[in-house]
Design a protein around this ligand. Structure first.
Ligand SMILES: *Cc1c(COP(=O)(O)O)cnc(C)c1O
Length: 456
């Protein structure tokens, strides 16, 4: 059968807000044209993020009831530890309340001002946690990885030659770990090949540098490997994940993604000394080693989530749903970053609204128009998020001007996706009406969260 179906049925429903176009014009104006400032009860379909927005299964909810809320030695922790040890092979599984806490603790163990940490592309919290300690965070994507118009299988790969040059230049003693983010979130949710991970491991081993995975979307990445990389077609997702983790010396994870839950994270480690140090920071800042800032019922939900995410029927639907949205809109000529990745569709605002220069925020204009058209929330990833102004007041634009629609896991149905595509296509047909925007207020850091906008 060719039709992609949701591999679940609905047991409990959550009503979504239905609003009119004139309501939405008012709501957006009141939010100063910033989608982060919209109340969620004014949003019909919410693609702001796929983080922590997952629908849990009835099995997960059943296990939540069975959570053992003991402070120390909870049986819920041992379930969580067992499934993660099975998948990752790491000796230590240290729970945290979300991904950035795992990063903060790991970097607190290994980082100082003299250090450099390379990655295919650092996620913003990873970069933030490194820079907070004075560590230099270096991105090493491949050339095709930063070109939105090139179709390729593994655009998330790290540039191994560039990595070798960097190690030679700064010296292995200044690089405590090398990281690879699977899938490469900031690079469009693009997968990393097993070969790239294996070759990276080979290289860094020669210098005695450990390899760490930022493995928020490890299962989605493994599904792409199974689909696209020779030699993996007959392996299970779990086997592929086990091989992938076998090349790593540790990992950090936001379980709000492929943990199929609403909160959680962990650090995986083999190094005894680092694990001891991480546990000290954990106890001081997150909680005891058998809960790490989480309710034990969350660990129960995660233990089931980590099993469910390995299900190939689920992953086929998951990756297929993202592709479906991409296909529906590209079929009508809407320009997007290709190919679609594991968790989101990115509209290419430069080609979508070429009449709006980056300094007038084309992505923001598109994101606002899609909200007004269909009550759909997306987020600009371009000049608003990463643009800078030089000393002469000139705008310095980032490489790409994108609008991201991140799809929550197991939340929306095929008709929701069709409705979303319809709204985007309508906006695209009327793209000449999109207007230039300006920022009327911005905070000194991470301005996109709280900026205010208006039309020019
Ligand atoms: C979400 C994310 C993080 C941070 O995790 P939080 O749970 O939001 O703190 C780190 N790395 C990547 C690749 C992510 O997608």
């Amino acid at each position: 059968m060719k039709t992609l179906i949701e591999p679940f049925k609905i047991k409990s429903v959550e009503h979504i807000p239905m609003t009119t176009e004139s309501d939405r014009e008012k709501y957006l104006k009141d939010a100063d044209y910033n989608t982060f400032s919209l109340r969620s009860d004014y949003v019909t379909l919410d693609y702001l993020t796929d983080s922590g927005t997952t629908a849990m299964s009835s099995r997960q909810w059943a296990q939540v009831m069975d959570g053992d809320e003991s402070y120390a030695g909870s049986k819920s922790y041992y379930k969580f530890e067992k499934i993660l040890q099975e998948i990752t092979g790491f000796k230590y599984i240290i729970p945290t309340h979300q991904g950035r806490a795992a990063e903060r603790i790991l970097f607190g163990v290994i980082g100082d001002k003299t250090k450099v940490v390379p990655n295919n592309t650092h996620f913003d919290t990873t970069r933030g946690n490194l820079e907070f300690l004075g560590v230099e965070a270096v991105d090493l994507p491949t050339a095709i990885g930063i070109n939105p118009e090139i179709e390729a299988d593994f655009k998330g790969n790290i540039d191994i030659d560039a990595l070798k040059n960097l190690i030679e230049k700064v010296g292995a003693d200044r690089i405590p770990i090398v990281m690879i983010t699977v899938t490469n979130n900031s690079g469009g949710g693009q997968p990393v090949s097993m070969e790239n991970i294996r070759e990276t491991k080979k290289l860094v081993s020669q210098y005695g540098i450990p390899l760490f995975l930022d493995c928020c979307r490890f299962a989605e990445n493994c599904y792409f490997i199974k689909q696209r990389e020779a030699g993996y077609q007959d392996k299970t997702i779990k086997e592929i994940a086990q091989e992938m983790f076998s090349y790593a010396d540790g990992c950090t994870m936001s379980a709000k993604k492929d943990g199929l839950s609403n909160t959680g994270g962990f650090i995986g480690l083999n190094n005894d000394d680092w694990a001891e140090k991480a546990k000290v920071i954990l106890i001081v800042t997150e909680g005891f080693v058998t809960y790490g800032g989480l309710a034990r019922r969350d660990l129960e939900a995660l233990a089931v989530g980590f099993e469910e995410v390995l299900d190939e029927n689920y992953l086929r639907y998951r990756v297929g749903q993202v592709k479906m949205l991409g296909d529906l809109i590209t079929g009508e000529g809407v320009p997007i970053l290709v190919p679609t990745g594991g968790h989101a569709v990115y509209l290419d605002a430069k080609r979508f609204a070429p009449h709006i220069e980056p300094k007038y925020f084309p992505g923001q204009a598109i994101s606002c128009a899609i909200y007004i058209k269909g009550g759909i929330r997306s987020v600009e990833i371009g000049s608003v998020m990463f643009g800078k102004t030089d000393e002469n007041g000139n705008h310095i634009a980032p490489n790409m001007e994108l609008v991201r629609l991140a799809i929550p896991r197991r939340v929306y149905t095929k008709s929701h996706i069709e409705y979303t595509a319809e709204a985007i296509i309508e906006v695209f047909k009327e793209k000449d009406k999109l207007r230039k925007m300006k920022i009327t207020y911005e905070a000194p850091f991470l301005r996109h969260f709280t900026a205010k906008f208006d039309y020019i």
